[in-house]
Each structure stands twice: as structure tokens, then as C-alpha cells.
Design a protein. Structure first.
Length: 293
């Protein structure tokens, strides 16, 4: 069994946290995600890039000093400029099995944010095993884009963003109908996505007081950029996690003023089939042929 650099055998045993049973299989997936996080933090430290825990991972870091017991992933967030730098250096800096998955690096991937994957593992959404994108265990990396202070400019930007989202969906549907050769030659989806990202890049961070996770639908909440002016390092399982100085304001915005009171909720990813011992390619093949044990 892979230990992903975690020397303590107890970590991999099932346990009850907040009256919730965390199975051993989930612990193994957590271990892989923590290893991915270490690699992300290594690269960020080397290139002086900033990243922070976000959403459920931020809540887990503050409230549980680790994972929320019923969570199944790690959410990180970066400012646009640092995110773009990470995408630029990924091929040079990340070695197998680590893979930074974006719409540019994986022709079958169509999310608007990045995922750092371990290609020797599997995290396959139930019923999604026929898709061809890299389906290794992952860490989500979201983007904070500058948000215009003036209402008229913010309205224009949001209108353009919504337009390009519609165009991107249409491009993806069209590309999925084409054979691989034509798909690779045209890549209409990535061309539309570049224009979409260029709209988001037009607002400079120094010219605004606000940022927003515009690239992901459920978190279009505007945040004060001062909340990210400094980084705190807090306990998270057996390591340290970077969190923004304004974590209390962010968590209150996302979860309400009683965020320190645990409320069990389903993960946003739904059912994922995890395997830390098999690659997604092997597991996907077994699922297609009904050979999964």
C-alpha cells in the first residue's frame, strides 16, 4: 500500500470524527491529496507564488485542523497572476505522476479551473468512466480574478463572461462530436477559453479593491482583496496549510456566522470511485468491462 510520505500507520485506519465514520479507503485518498498539496506548495515556494485553502478546505483547516470528516477533496485558490505563472511552469516543474490539468494541457478536460492530479491513481466520477480526461486523484485549484469597483465596468465584465461561458459550452459540445484528429486540429474550445480568460485579465489587481472566483459558478462571491494581503499557516492533519488573513470574513461569507458549528453536508463532487493503487486508465478499463472487484 502506498503511504504517500505519511509515516504514521494510524492515519490510514478508519476512524470516527464528529460522529461520522471516515473509512480507510477515504483516508488513503486523503493521503494522496496531501501529497499533491505538498507538491503544489513546493512549487509555489520555489517561484514565490501564493495559494490558500478555500471553501471546504479552509473551513476544515480552521474548524477541524484538517479535513471536514465528510469531505473528499482539497480546494486551493490563487490570484490570477500567480495562477497563470503556475500554468506556465507546470510542464517544466512537475514530474510524473504529478500533472497540472487545464483545458490547455488535457484536450478532453473542460473545466474553467485547474486540477493537480496524481496520474498513477484514480478518482473517477460514478458513471463517467467512458470519458478520456485524466481522472487521477486531484487537488482543485481555483482562481481569484480582479473585480471592478465601478458598477458599470463590473456589469460589462459579467455580461462578457456569461457570453463566453455560453460559447464555451457550445464549442465543447461541437468538439465532442468530432473525431480526435479534427478535434486536435481545431481545438475551438481552447480558443474560446483563451478569449474568456483575457476578459478576466483586463482588470489589474492594483486597480481594484475586490477579487472574485468568477471562473467557478457556485462561488461568484465578491471578496475584499485585503483578506488575502497576508498568509497564516495553520495545522492541517500532519502538515501546515496556508490560509488568508481574512479567513473569518471569507468563511462567514461562504457558510454564515455559525460556521464553527459542524453541519454534515454532501460533497459537491458526489460519488467518486477512489483507488490509490491503480491508475485511472486501468480502473477505467475494468469499469468499462465490468471487471472491477
Amino acid at each position: 500500500m502506498k503511504n504517500f510520505g505519511i509515516a504514521c500507520p494510524d492515519f490510514f485506519r478508519e476512524e470516527i470524527r464528529n460522529d461520522y465514520l471516515v473509512p480507510a479507503a477515504m483516508k488513503r485518498a486523503w493521503a494522496c491529496q496531501l501529497d499533491l498539496l505538498k507538491e503544489l506548495l513546493r512549487v509555489c515556494d520555489k517561484y514565490n507564488l501564493k495559494c490558500w485553502a478555500d471553501y471546504g478546505t479552509l473551513l476544515g483547516a480552521v474548524r477541524h485542523k484538517g479535513y471536514i470528516p465528510w469531505d473528499d477533496d482539497i480546494d486551493m485558490v490563487m490570484l490570477r497572476e500567480d495562477y497563470d505563472k503556475l500554468v506556465e511552469i507546470a510542464d517544466k516543474e512537475l514530474k510524473h505522476p504529478y500533472f497540472l490539468q487545464t483545458i490547455y494541457s488535457d484536450k478532453h478536460y473542460n473545466h474553467r479551473h485547474a486540477q493537480l492530479r496524481n496520474s498513477d491513481t484514480a478518482a473517477i466520477p460514478e458513471g463517467d468512466f467512458r470519458r478520456k480526461y485524466n481522472q487521477g486523484i486531484f487537488v482543485d485549484i481555483f482562481i481569484l480574478d480582479s473585480y471592478p469597483k465601478a458598477i458599470k465596468y463590473s456589469y460589462r465584465m459579467v455580461r462578457k463572461v456569461k457570453l463566453y461561458r455560453v460559447l464555451l459550452k457550445l464549442a465543447i459540445r461541437l468538439m465532442n462530436l468530432l473525431p480526435d484528429g479534427l478535434y486536435q486540429r481545431w481545438r475551438l474550445d481552447s480558443k474560446v477559453f483563451r478569449k474568456y480568460e483575457n476578459v478576466l485579465r483586463k482588470n489589474r489587481l492594483e486597480d481594484t479593491e475586490f477579487v472574485a472566483a468568477i471562473s467557478f459558478n457556485f462561488r461568484q462571491k465578491i471578496r475584499d482583496k485585503a483578506w488575502y494581503a497576508e498568509t497564516l499557516w495553520v495545522d492541517f492533519e500532519h502538515m501546515k496549510m496556508p490560509v488568508p488573513i481574512g479567513y473569518d470574513r471569507i468563511l462567514t461569507l461562504d457558510f454564515g456566522p455559525d460556521y464553527m458549528t459542524p453541519v454534515q453536508a454532501p460533497t459537491l463532487h458526489g460519488g467518486l470511485i477512489f483507488d490509490t493503487e491503480k491508475s485511472y486508465k486501468l480502473l477505467r478499463k475494468e469499469l468499462r468491462h465490468g471487471k472491477m472487484k
